[in-house]
Write a protein of this length. Structure first.
Length: 133
C-alpha cells in the first residue's frame, strides 16, 4: 500500500505545465471516465494530450505545480489499488487556482504501479451528499 501511495504522490507532484513527466505514471491503454467525456488513451502521446486538456483552464492563470492534499488507498487485490485523491493546482508562489478530486485505479505490472483509470470526483457533490446523510 505504501508503494501505491508513493507513486500517486509522485505523480501529482510531477503534474505541471509540462505533462510529459506526469504521463510516465500511466500504463496504456488507460481511460478517463467523466460525466460528459470518455477517453481511451492508447499511447503515451494520447495520455499527454489528455493531461494537457485537463489543465487547460489553469495554464493561462500561471499554473506551475500540483500538490496532494488528501490521499486514501484501498487494495482491491495484490495487483489492483483504488485511490481517492484531492489535489490542488497552484501558481509557483502557492496560490491555489483549482482544487479537484479524482479516483485512480492503479495496476501493478512489469514496470511497477501505473495508473490505468481516471475518474474525476465532483467535490461539491461529495460534500452535499455527505451532509445529507
Amino acid at each position: 500500500m505504501e508503494d501505491v501511495e508513493t507513486v500517486v504522490r509522485a505523480y501529482v507532484a510531477s503534474a505541471g505545465p509540462d505533462m510529459s513527466r506526469a504521463a510516465t505514471f500511466f500504463e496504456e491503454p488507460a481511460t478517463f471516465v467523466g460525466i460528459k467525456f470518455f477517453f481511451l488513451m492508447q499511447t503515451k502521446a494520447e495520455v499527454i494530450k489528455f493531461l494537457d486538456w485537463s489543465s487547460e483552464a489553469v495554464r493561462p492563470l500561471g499554473f506551475s505545480k500540483s500538490t496532494c492534499e488528501y490521499l486514501s488507498v484501498k487494495m482491491l487485490n495484490p495487483v489492483v489499488a483504488l485511490t481517492s485523491v484531492i489535489y490542488s493546482r497552484q501558481t509557483s508562489d502557492g496560490i491555489e487556482l483549482q482544487r479537484s478530486g479524482v479516483t485512480y485505479i492503479l495496476r501493478k505490472g512489469n514496470h511497477g504501479w501505473k495508473i490505468r483509470n481516471v475518474l474525476p470526483t465532483d467535490l461539491a457533490y461529495l460534500e452535499n451528499s455527505e451532509a445529507a446523510g
